[in-house]
Design a protein around this ligand. Sequence first.
Ligand SMILES: [Zn+2]
Length: 206
Amino acid sequence: MGKPFSRQSEVTRVHFHPAETGSRAVFLAEARTNKELRQLRELFDMVGQLAMVVPISHGAVMSYAVQVDGDTSLFGKIEWLLKTQFTFSLVERNFSDVTFNLVRSLCVDSNTQMVELPECGACGAADPFPTRASLELAGSEAPVHVSYCSRCTTRHEGAEPAETIRALLAADRSGLHVGRETPVTQMPDIVEQRPRWAASKLAMAG
Ligand SMILES: [Zn+2]
């Protein structure tokens, strides 16, 4: 996020979208040529039709976070393709700070550009599949977008999704104020929009 809100930032309405649950993995492979880079992009475009895919880096080190709901056999298939077709690849069956730092250090070493992932408003951790909310503020026309990592979302989980998002907003480090009367509504499913959002980010990175 940009500059912190002032303490007076009164939130007048909250729209939120809970994070999809599922199993996550991070895949990374070295693209030594433009051909390999294209092959990797095509592979993960294809994976994107079966699962949620968020690119993490684009260049000599290509990496993607993938989330599936239920059957995780897709992970094994991707792993096999990477191991058999590329010189160097890595698979992490989760997405933690350790994974993210590993990808980041490989990117720094190879001068690869990383895609900006959503950062948690409560703890600052990057999370490719966060809980998201858009906030309407008093006296401001543009809504403010915030996201929260899965760890914080679990920590603040309430009986109802609206309670969870209220707890997350209360934990937000930027000093938001959400009153008890502030309406909180769940947004319609945006799963289908996310790969497109990711693809446009990737196009900008390329
Ligand atoms: Zn967090």
